[in-house]
Design a protein around this ligand. Structure first.
Ligand code: NAI
Length: 348
Protein backbone atom coordinates (compact mmCIF):
# COMPACT_ATOMS: atom_id res chain seq x y z
CA UNK A 1 0.00 0.00 0.00
CA UNK A 2 1.21 3.51 -0.82
CA UNK A 3 0.60 6.27 1.75
CA UNK A 4 -0.10 9.71 0.34
CA UNK A 5 1.29 12.30 2.74
CA UNK A 6 1.42 16.08 2.56
CA UNK A 7 5.05 17.10 3.02
CA UNK A 8 5.76 20.61 4.28
CA UNK A 9 9.55 21.05 4.50
CA UNK A 10 9.19 24.54 6.01
CA UNK A 11 12.17 26.89 6.19
CA UNK A 12 15.35 27.46 8.23
CA UNK A 13 16.65 23.97 9.05
CA UNK A 14 13.31 22.53 7.85
CA UNK A 15 14.39 21.45 4.35
CA UNK A 16 17.61 19.83 5.68
CA UNK A 17 15.95 17.75 8.39
CA UNK A 18 12.97 16.91 6.18
CA UNK A 19 15.22 15.59 3.40
CA UNK A 20 17.08 13.38 5.90
CA UNK A 21 13.83 12.13 7.46
CA UNK A 22 12.19 11.37 4.12
CA UNK A 23 15.27 9.43 3.02
CA UNK A 24 15.11 7.28 6.18
CA UNK A 25 11.34 6.77 5.99
CA UNK A 26 11.67 5.60 2.39
CA UNK A 27 14.57 3.28 3.30
CA UNK A 28 12.16 1.29 5.52
CA UNK A 29 10.53 0.01 2.32
CA UNK A 30 7.17 1.62 3.18
CA UNK A 31 5.81 3.29 0.05
CA UNK A 32 5.00 6.99 0.19
CA UNK A 33 3.64 9.46 -2.29
CA UNK A 34 4.67 12.87 -1.03
CA UNK A 35 2.60 15.95 -1.90
CA UNK A 36 5.23 18.63 -1.34
CA UNK A 37 3.83 22.01 -0.23
CA UNK A 38 5.29 25.34 0.81
CA UNK A 39 4.09 27.71 3.53
CA UNK A 40 5.26 30.87 5.28
CA UNK A 41 7.52 33.55 3.86
CA UNK A 42 8.83 31.30 1.02
CA UNK A 43 5.30 30.58 -0.15
CA UNK A 44 4.43 34.27 0.01
CA UNK A 45 7.30 35.16 -2.32
CA UNK A 46 6.03 32.72 -4.93
CA UNK A 47 2.25 32.69 -4.52
CA UNK A 48 1.48 35.82 -2.45
CA UNK A 49 -0.11 33.57 0.18
CA UNK A 50 1.40 32.47 3.49
CA UNK A 51 -0.85 29.43 3.65
CA UNK A 52 -1.48 28.52 0.00
CA UNK A 53 -4.75 26.96 -1.07
CA UNK A 54 -2.82 24.05 -2.66
CA UNK A 55 -1.50 23.08 0.77
CA UNK A 56 -4.98 23.27 2.27
CA UNK A 57 -6.43 21.15 -0.56
CA UNK A 58 -3.61 18.63 -0.24
CA UNK A 59 -4.17 18.14 3.50
CA UNK A 60 -7.94 17.95 3.00
CA UNK A 61 -7.19 14.99 0.70
CA UNK A 62 -4.43 13.21 2.61
CA UNK A 63 -5.43 13.96 6.23
CA UNK A 64 -1.81 13.37 7.22
CA UNK A 65 1.24 15.61 6.97
CA UNK A 66 4.90 15.58 7.90
CA UNK A 67 5.99 19.12 8.58
CA UNK A 68 9.24 20.98 9.14
CA UNK A 69 9.35 24.21 11.16
CA UNK A 70 8.19 27.53 9.72
CA UNK A 71 9.68 30.84 10.84
CA UNK A 72 7.36 33.44 12.36
CA UNK A 73 8.53 37.06 12.40
CA UNK A 74 8.96 38.48 15.89
CA UNK A 75 7.07 41.53 17.14
CA UNK A 76 5.28 42.17 13.83
CA UNK A 77 4.69 40.70 10.39
CA UNK A 78 2.45 37.76 9.56
CA UNK A 79 0.86 35.47 12.18
CA UNK A 80 2.30 32.02 12.85
CA UNK A 81 1.54 29.58 10.05
CA UNK A 82 2.22 26.74 12.49
CA UNK A 83 -0.59 27.93 14.76
CA UNK A 84 -2.80 28.70 11.74
CA UNK A 85 -2.50 25.12 10.45
CA UNK A 86 -3.47 23.65 13.82
CA UNK A 87 -6.47 25.97 14.13
CA UNK A 88 -7.62 25.68 10.53
CA UNK A 89 -7.74 21.87 10.65
CA UNK A 90 -8.92 21.64 14.29
CA UNK A 91 -5.82 19.69 15.28
CA UNK A 92 -6.69 20.28 18.87
CA UNK A 93 -4.27 17.96 20.67
CA UNK A 94 -0.54 18.53 20.61
CA UNK A 95 1.12 15.31 21.75
CA UNK A 96 4.74 15.57 22.90
CA UNK A 97 6.47 12.56 24.41
CA UNK A 98 9.60 13.39 26.41
CA UNK A 99 11.86 10.34 26.49
CA UNK A 100 15.59 9.91 26.86
CA UNK A 101 17.73 8.51 24.10
CA UNK A 102 20.42 6.01 25.06
CA UNK A 103 23.97 7.27 25.57
CA UNK A 104 23.09 10.95 25.83
CA UNK A 105 24.27 12.03 29.25
CA UNK A 106 21.56 14.11 30.92
CA UNK A 107 20.84 15.17 34.48
CA UNK A 108 17.91 12.74 34.67
CA UNK A 109 18.00 9.27 33.05
CA UNK A 110 14.84 7.34 32.08
CA UNK A 111 12.49 10.30 31.84
CA UNK A 112 9.17 9.23 30.34
CA UNK A 113 6.73 12.10 30.40
CA UNK A 114 3.86 12.91 28.05
CA UNK A 115 2.80 16.50 27.42
CA UNK A 116 -0.70 17.10 26.05
CA UNK A 117 -1.06 20.72 24.99
CA UNK A 118 -4.32 22.36 23.92
CA UNK A 119 -3.64 23.53 20.42
CA UNK A 120 -6.40 25.81 19.20
CA UNK A 121 -7.03 28.65 21.64
CA UNK A 122 -5.76 30.28 24.85
CA UNK A 123 -3.39 33.19 24.35
CA UNK A 124 -2.60 31.83 20.87
CA UNK A 125 -6.00 32.81 19.54
CA UNK A 126 -4.05 35.76 18.10
CA UNK A 127 -6.70 38.33 18.98
CA UNK A 128 -4.80 41.50 19.84
CA UNK A 129 -5.56 45.16 19.46
CA UNK A 130 -4.43 48.59 20.51
CA UNK A 131 -7.00 50.15 22.84
CA UNK A 132 -5.39 53.60 22.76
CA UNK A 133 -1.80 54.47 21.86
CA UNK A 134 0.43 52.89 24.48
CA UNK A 135 -2.16 50.34 25.63
CA UNK A 136 -2.70 46.97 23.93
CA UNK A 137 -4.83 43.93 24.70
CA UNK A 138 -4.20 40.25 23.91
CA UNK A 139 -7.24 38.10 24.49
CA UNK A 140 -6.97 34.69 26.10
CA UNK A 141 -9.85 32.59 24.85
CA UNK A 142 -10.76 29.48 26.81
CA UNK A 143 -13.87 27.51 25.93
CA UNK A 144 -15.61 24.68 27.68
CA UNK A 145 -15.70 22.77 24.41
CA UNK A 146 -11.95 22.89 23.73
CA UNK A 147 -10.99 22.35 27.38
CA UNK A 148 -13.24 19.29 27.70
CA UNK A 149 -11.99 17.94 24.37
CA UNK A 150 -8.30 18.15 25.32
CA UNK A 151 -8.96 16.67 28.77
CA UNK A 152 -10.85 13.79 27.16
CA UNK A 153 -7.96 13.22 24.74
CA UNK A 154 -5.44 13.10 27.61
CA UNK A 155 -7.46 10.71 29.76
CA UNK A 156 -8.30 8.44 26.81
CA UNK A 157 -4.61 8.31 25.88
CA UNK A 158 -3.73 7.47 29.49
CA UNK A 159 -6.32 4.68 29.63
CA UNK A 160 -5.27 3.13 26.32
CA UNK A 161 -1.57 3.35 27.10
CA UNK A 162 -1.60 2.29 30.75
CA UNK A 163 -0.39 5.66 32.04
CA UNK A 164 -0.89 6.17 35.74
CA UNK A 165 -1.17 9.90 36.52
CA UNK A 166 -2.34 13.14 34.90
CA UNK A 167 -1.65 16.62 36.24
CA UNK A 168 -3.61 19.60 34.99
CA UNK A 169 -1.25 22.60 34.92
CA UNK A 170 -2.88 26.00 35.33
CA UNK A 171 -2.78 29.50 36.79
CA UNK A 172 -6.36 29.55 38.04
CA UNK A 173 -5.34 31.39 41.20
CA UNK A 174 -4.81 34.52 39.06
CA UNK A 175 -6.80 33.84 35.87
CA UNK A 176 -9.84 32.68 37.75
CA UNK A 177 -12.24 32.69 34.82
CA UNK A 178 -10.11 31.41 31.94
CA UNK A 179 -7.78 28.96 33.69
CA UNK A 180 -10.57 28.29 36.16
CA UNK A 181 -12.72 26.97 33.30
CA UNK A 182 -9.87 24.89 31.88
CA UNK A 183 -9.25 23.39 35.33
CA UNK A 184 -12.92 22.68 36.00
CA UNK A 185 -13.40 20.92 32.67
CA UNK A 186 -10.32 18.73 33.24
CA UNK A 187 -11.42 17.94 36.79
CA UNK A 188 -14.90 16.95 35.55
CA UNK A 189 -13.46 14.58 32.96
CA UNK A 190 -11.05 13.09 35.53
CA UNK A 191 -14.03 11.68 37.49
CA UNK A 192 -14.77 9.35 34.58
CA UNK A 193 -11.32 7.75 34.85
CA UNK A 194 -11.00 6.58 38.47
CA UNK A 195 -8.05 4.31 37.64
CA UNK A 196 -5.92 7.36 36.70
CA UNK A 197 -4.58 9.46 39.56
CA UNK A 198 -5.44 13.10 38.95
CA UNK A 199 -3.55 16.11 40.31
CA UNK A 200 -3.48 19.89 39.80
CA UNK A 201 -0.42 22.13 39.98
CA UNK A 202 0.07 25.84 39.39
CA UNK A 203 2.33 26.46 36.42
CA UNK A 204 5.13 28.39 38.16
CA UNK A 205 5.43 25.76 40.88
CA UNK A 206 5.36 23.09 38.13
CA UNK A 207 8.53 24.56 36.58
CA UNK A 208 10.33 24.25 39.91
CA UNK A 209 8.92 20.76 40.54
CA UNK A 210 9.96 19.62 37.07
CA UNK A 211 13.57 20.71 37.32
CA UNK A 212 13.79 19.29 40.87
CA UNK A 213 12.17 15.93 40.17
CA UNK A 214 10.60 15.25 36.76
CA UNK A 215 9.72 11.67 37.78
CA UNK A 216 6.83 12.88 39.93
CA UNK A 217 4.88 13.57 36.72
CA UNK A 218 3.57 11.03 34.24
CA UNK A 219 1.34 13.11 31.95
CA UNK A 220 0.68 16.84 31.88
CA UNK A 221 -2.36 18.48 30.31
CA UNK A 222 -2.01 22.22 29.73
CA UNK A 223 -3.50 25.10 27.82
CA UNK A 224 -1.67 26.29 24.74
CA UNK A 225 0.83 28.84 26.14
CA UNK A 226 1.96 26.83 29.18
CA UNK A 227 2.25 23.75 26.95
CA UNK A 228 4.58 25.60 24.61
CA UNK A 229 6.92 26.76 27.37
CA UNK A 230 6.89 23.57 29.45
CA UNK A 231 7.67 21.50 26.31
CA UNK A 232 10.95 23.34 25.73
CA UNK A 233 11.83 23.10 29.41
CA UNK A 234 11.23 19.33 29.37
CA UNK A 235 13.23 18.94 26.15
CA UNK A 236 16.28 19.83 28.21
CA UNK A 237 15.77 16.64 30.28
CA UNK A 238 16.37 14.40 27.29
CA UNK A 239 19.09 16.07 25.24
CA UNK A 240 17.49 19.26 23.94
CA UNK A 241 15.17 20.39 21.19
CA UNK A 242 16.96 18.35 18.54
CA UNK A 243 15.41 15.12 19.81
CA UNK A 244 11.81 15.80 20.94
CA UNK A 245 9.03 14.79 18.52
CA UNK A 246 5.46 15.94 18.33
CA UNK A 247 2.12 15.30 16.70
CA UNK A 248 -0.95 17.46 16.25
CA UNK A 249 -4.10 15.33 16.30
CA UNK A 250 -7.65 16.24 15.32
CA UNK A 251 -10.55 13.98 14.46
CA UNK A 252 -9.12 11.64 11.80
CA UNK A 253 -6.30 14.03 10.84
CA UNK A 254 -2.76 14.61 12.02
CA UNK A 255 0.29 16.74 11.34
CA UNK A 256 3.60 15.36 12.61
CA UNK A 257 6.28 17.91 13.49
CA UNK A 258 9.14 18.38 15.93
CA UNK A 259 8.78 20.59 19.01
CA UNK A 260 11.60 22.86 17.85
CA UNK A 261 11.50 25.82 15.50
CA UNK A 262 13.41 26.76 12.36
CA UNK A 263 16.73 27.30 14.24
CA UNK A 264 17.95 30.22 12.10
CA UNK A 265 21.26 30.21 14.00
CA UNK A 266 22.30 26.91 12.37
CA UNK A 267 20.20 26.88 9.18
CA UNK A 268 21.93 26.01 5.90
CA UNK A 269 25.03 24.55 7.57
CA UNK A 270 24.04 20.88 7.35
CA UNK A 271 24.49 20.33 11.09
CA UNK A 272 20.89 20.28 12.36
CA UNK A 273 19.74 17.21 14.20
CA UNK A 274 16.92 15.45 12.32
CA UNK A 275 16.14 13.12 15.26
CA UNK A 276 13.15 15.13 16.50
CA UNK A 277 11.50 15.11 13.08
CA UNK A 278 12.49 11.49 12.55
CA UNK A 279 10.86 10.52 15.86
CA UNK A 280 7.80 12.50 14.68
CA UNK A 281 8.03 10.32 11.55
CA UNK A 282 7.95 7.24 13.81
CA UNK A 283 4.73 8.57 15.35
CA UNK A 284 3.41 9.04 11.81
CA UNK A 285 4.33 5.48 10.81
CA UNK A 286 2.39 4.15 13.82
CA UNK A 287 -0.57 6.38 12.90
CA UNK A 288 -0.44 4.87 9.39
CA UNK A 289 -0.37 1.33 10.80
CA UNK A 290 3.30 0.75 9.86
CA UNK A 291 4.47 -0.37 13.30
CA UNK A 292 7.17 -2.67 11.98
CA UNK A 293 8.92 0.15 10.12
CA UNK A 294 8.48 2.37 13.19
CA UNK A 295 10.27 -0.22 15.33
CA UNK A 296 13.09 -0.58 12.83
CA UNK A 297 13.82 3.15 12.86
CA UNK A 298 13.57 3.24 16.64
CA UNK A 299 16.09 0.40 16.97
CA UNK A 300 18.40 2.05 14.43
CA UNK A 301 18.32 5.33 16.38
CA UNK A 302 19.27 3.46 19.57
CA UNK A 303 22.16 1.78 17.78
CA UNK A 304 23.47 4.92 16.06
CA UNK A 305 23.31 6.97 19.26
CA UNK A 306 25.81 4.56 20.84
CA UNK A 307 28.49 5.93 18.50
CA UNK A 308 29.38 9.52 19.26
CA UNK A 309 30.85 10.16 15.82
CA UNK A 310 27.51 9.35 14.19
CA UNK A 311 25.50 11.82 16.25
CA UNK A 312 25.06 15.50 15.41
CA UNK A 313 26.79 18.27 17.35
CA UNK A 314 23.89 19.31 19.58
CA UNK A 315 24.01 15.86 21.21
CA UNK A 316 27.78 15.72 21.57
CA UNK A 317 28.71 14.23 18.20
CA UNK A 318 30.44 15.35 15.03
CA UNK A 319 28.18 14.05 12.23
CA UNK A 320 26.37 16.22 9.74
CA UNK A 321 22.63 15.92 9.16
CA UNK A 322 23.10 13.68 6.15
CA UNK A 323 25.85 11.57 7.75
CA UNK A 324 23.45 10.87 10.60
CA UNK A 325 20.77 9.83 8.09
CA UNK A 326 23.28 7.53 6.31
CA UNK A 327 24.16 5.91 9.64
CA UNK A 328 20.48 5.26 10.45
CA UNK A 329 19.90 3.72 7.02
CA UNK A 330 23.01 1.52 7.40
CA UNK A 331 21.83 0.41 10.84
CA UNK A 332 18.43 -0.52 9.40
CA UNK A 333 20.06 -2.47 6.57
CA UNK A 334 22.24 -4.32 9.09
CA UNK A 335 19.12 -5.19 11.09
CA UNK A 336 17.37 -6.68 8.07
CA UNK A 337 20.50 -8.60 7.01
CA UNK A 338 20.78 -10.16 10.45
CA UNK A 339 17.03 -10.90 10.47
CA UNK A 340 17.39 -12.62 7.08
CA UNK A 341 20.42 -14.61 8.29
CA UNK A 342 18.45 -15.73 11.37
CA UNK A 343 15.56 -16.82 9.16
CA UNK A 344 17.94 -18.92 6.99
CA UNK A 345 19.46 -20.52 10.10
CA UNK A 346 15.97 -21.36 11.41
CA UNK A 347 15.06 -23.03 8.09
CA UNK A 348 18.20 -25.21 7.94
P1 NAI B 1 14.26 27.05 17.82
O1 NAI B 1 13.57 25.85 18.36
O2 NAI B 1 14.25 27.23 16.36
O3 NAI B 1 15.80 27.06 18.32
C1 NAI B 1 16.16 27.12 19.70
C2 NAI B 1 17.60 26.57 19.86
O4 NAI B 1 17.58 25.16 19.66
C3 NAI B 1 18.57 27.16 18.84
O5 NAI B 1 19.82 27.32 19.44
C4 NAI B 1 18.66 26.06 17.78
O6 NAI B 1 19.88 26.02 17.08
C5 NAI B 1 18.45 24.80 18.60
N1 NAI B 1 17.80 23.75 17.79
C6 NAI B 1 16.50 23.69 17.46
N2 NAI B 1 16.27 22.62 16.69
C7 NAI B 1 17.45 22.00 16.51
C8 NAI B 1 17.84 20.84 15.80
N3 NAI B 1 16.96 20.10 15.11
N4 NAI B 1 19.13 20.50 15.82
C9 NAI B 1 20.04 21.21 16.52
N5 NAI B 1 19.72 22.30 17.23
C10 NAI B 1 18.44 22.71 17.22
O7 NAI B 1 13.59 28.30 18.56
P2 NAI B 1 13.69 29.86 18.23
O8 NAI B 1 15.07 30.22 17.84
O9 NAI B 1 13.07 30.48 19.40
O10 NAI B 1 12.71 30.08 16.99
C11 NAI B 1 13.15 30.24 15.65
C12 NAI B 1 11.92 30.37 14.75
O11 NAI B 1 11.17 29.16 14.73
C13 NAI B 1 10.94 31.48 15.18
O12 NAI B 1 10.53 32.17 14.03
C14 NAI B 1 9.79 30.72 15.79
O13 NAI B 1 8.57 31.41 15.67
C15 NAI B 1 9.79 29.45 14.94
N6 NAI B 1 9.18 28.31 15.58
C16 NAI B 1 8.48 27.45 14.79
C17 NAI B 1 7.92 26.31 15.31
C18 NAI B 1 7.20 25.39 14.40
O14 NAI B 1 7.38 25.46 13.19
N7 NAI B 1 6.37 24.49 14.90
C19 NAI B 1 8.05 25.97 16.74
C20 NAI B 1 8.87 26.90 17.48
C21 NAI B 1 9.42 28.04 16.91
Amino acid sequence: MTHTVTLIPGDGIGPEITAATVRILEATGVKFEWERQEAGADAYEKYHEYLPQDLIDSFERTHVALKGPITTPIGGGFSSINVALRKRFELYANFRPIRNLPHIPTRYPDVDLIIIRENTEGLYSGIEHEVVPGVVESLKIITEKASTRIARFAFEYARKNQRKRIHCIHKANIMKLSDGLFLRCTRNISHEYPEITYGEHIVDNTCMQLVTNPYQYDMLVLENFYGDIISDLCAAFVGGLGVVPGANFGDGRAIFEAVHGSAPDIAGRGIANPTALLRSGILMLRHLGESDAAWRIRNAIEKVYRDKTKRTRDVGGTATTSQFADAIIEAMEAQSESAQAEAVIRQT
